[in-house]
Design a protein around this ligand. Structure first.
Ligand code: HEC
Length: 156
């Protein structure tokens, strides 16, 4: 009985384990640390949750949502010429930084109340970091923020 449970548990752990082993605390780490540990391939898998509404390759058009090729560094709510953005997103101003994408993907309706991106958000901080890295590698390639290092920390 105990042996069967152990066997079942071992199988589940093996089957459910993510490809990359990570410290679970990373999910709530600061964005720079998450981005440094993030993986664009895992981000491509996360992007399958976005792909019903978004494309990410160069020249691919809008779907229910605007095309996302090169979105990191692009103006918020203005990047795709043909897409009919909501006034809520258009009014945000500025460009998509890593931080803003992290906030948007945590809770789109909190970031831009009135947006019509019908997506609840990605609660796991590493899912967000992975997908942001994936987006960055598709047309933006901006330098990632420097991860916090213990030697940079103030002494007091
Ligand atoms: C059900 C459809 C849908 C899903 C799923 C979805 N989005 Fe969106 N997305 C939209 C719509 C619609 C907009 C435009 C919102 C507006 O104008 O207020 C948008 C806008 C965006 C923008 C802003 C683009 C710009 O040009 O300013 C980003 C970035 C974005 N989505 C990323 C994502 C990511 C990453 C995911 C998956 C984790 C995702 N979206 C899932 C529909 C969706």
């Amino acid at each position: 009985m105990i042996r069967t449970s152990i066997l079942a548990l071992t199988c589940c752990v093996a089957a459910c384990a993510p490809a990359v082993k990570r410290d679970p605390h990373l999910s709530s780490a600061p964005l720079a640390a998450r981005l440094a540990a993030a993986d664009a391939n895992s981000g491509a898998a996360v992007f399958s949750r976005c792909a019903a509404c978004h494309t990410v390759t160069q020249g691919a058009g809008d779907r229910g949502g605007p095309a996302l090729y090169g979105v990191v560094g692009r103006p918020v709510g203005h990047g795709s010429d043909r897409f009919n953005y909501t006034a809520a997103l258009e009014a945000v101003g500025g460009v998509w930084t890593f931080e803003r994408l992290d906030a948007w993907l945590t809770d789109p309706r909190h970031f831009a109340p009135g947006t019509n991106m019908m997506f609840a958000g990605l609660p796991d901080g590493m899912d967000r970091a992975d997908v942001i890295r994936f987006l960055n590698e598709n047309g933006s390639n901006l330098p990632l923020p420097a991860p916090p290092s213990p030697s940079n920390r103030p002494t007091r």
